[in-house]
Design a protein around this ligand. Structure first.
Ligand SMILES: *Cc1c(COP(=O)(O)O)cnc(C)c1O
Length: 354
């Protein structure tokens, strides 16, 4: 894939940029990193506001060894997707202002300045537009957009960095057909604690669970279901996605009180489920409720809506029915229909890039 290395692509941009699609085998699109053409960079000092950002060629960035992000993990990430509509021309974003607002809340928690909602959305649009020929053809996947906000200035003492960088890069990704999820309930390690940073998209949220997730995968599970750290009795979420349970006409998901990441997919699914006439509960969900559930599914930008086929807790395995008549399937069709413009967006969630 020599022609897709960041620099080469940038040099050939003059020709390829005019083409509708980048020279790429879209049928082989997975979840690997594919270098694209441009990234967006905006910097600002502590106590200041972000003002001028630029598109620059995609590539490595330079930082002081004493940058806040490298030493003390002062950073946030976001994730959202752009889909090409069925006409193959227009590109849609899904609720980008929600990501902007979540980044603002996280920035406040980590003592960082953050771009305004308008700056964030505008920067996302510019980045997608500049890389438009990397938005996969309809049905082949989406352009994953990764905004970052981090302390880039040098600082040795423990405390907020003197300079911050807001950066957006994009990667085309395939439809995440990892199939079905076999979860294992984790009762020793926790993903989040009350008062901690589990409720924001801090860059430090994932590496603490690498060990337990790696061990679970080695045993054949697809991911880990975490319990609340205080009582160890209630389910919270999977390492990188939220969880829902279905019982009859009731769809439940753990309430977010700081230890669960408030997913935008989660929030959207609650609204879709209500519009379908389901009763939706955001509540404490004891592990025992899993045993009686009709159906379980996970949600997030990456997994979209993925059914859970089994949950293992203390060597006890519970299996769930899987089929086309599932609630999760119905919700998946509606959500992806809105995201790709196939179904009319009565919610006002999609934003056209142009
Ligand atoms: C990002 C994330 C999610 C999903 O959030 P979406 O906005 O739906 O993509 C869920 N859990 C964790 C821990 C996350 O980091």
């Amino acid at each position: 894939m020599a022609q897709t290395s960041g620099q080469t692509t940038f040099q050939t941009k003059g020709n390829s940029g005019a083409e509708k699609y980048a020279n790429f085998n879209w049928d082989e699109l997975g979840f690997d990193l594919v270098p694209t053409d441009y990234m967006y960079v905006m910097k600002c000092c502590e106590e200041e506001n972000f003002s001028h950002g630029n598109l620059v060629p995609y590539g490595n960035i330079e930082m002081s060894p004493s940058a806040g992000i490298l030493n003390y993990g002062q950073g946030l990430f976001e994730g959202l997707k752009a889909y090409r509509k069925e006409d193959g021309c227009d590109v849609l974003l899904f609720r980008p202002e929600q990501n902007a607002q979540r980044m603002k809340r996280g920035a406040e928690r980590l003592c960082m300045p953050s771009p305004s909602v308008e700056q964030f959305v505008e920067a996302v649009k510019q980045t997608v537009l500049a890389n438009k020929h990397w938005v996969p053809p309809p049905g082949k996947g989406s352009l994953y957009i990764r905004p970052l906000l981090f302390g880039s200035g040098p600082h040795l003492g423990v405390g907020p960095a003197p300079e911050y960088t807001f950066l957006i890069y994009v990667v085309p990704v395939g439809n995440y057909h990892k199939g079905l999820l076999n979860l294992v309930v984790e009762d020793k390690f926790h993903r989040a604690t009350p008062g901690g940073t589990g409720g924001i998209k801090a860059v430090t949220n994932y590496s603490p669970v690498y060990k337990v997730v790696t061990q679970a995968k080695a045993k054949g599970f697809s991911d880990v279901l975490f319990l609340d750290a205080l009582t160890g009795k209630n389910i919270e979420e999977v390492s990188a996605c939220n969880i829902f349970i279905v019982k009859g006409n009731v769809i439940s998901t753990p309430a977010t009180h700081g230890t669960i990441l408030p997913g935008i997919t989660r929030k959207s699914i609650i609204e879709i489920a209500l519009s379908f006439g389901y009763q939706v509960e955001e509540r404490v969900i004891p592990v025992e409720d899993l045993l009686e559930a009709d159906e379980l599914f996970c949600t997030g930008t990456a997994v979209v809506v993925t059914p859970v086929t089994s949950v293992t807790c203390h060597n006890k395995r519970v299996e769930y029915k899987i089929g086309v008549e599932m609630v999760s399937q119905k919700i998946h069709v509606m959500l992806t229909g809105i995201q790709t413009g196939r179904i009319e967006d009565k919610m006002g969630w999609t934003v056209e890039v142009d």
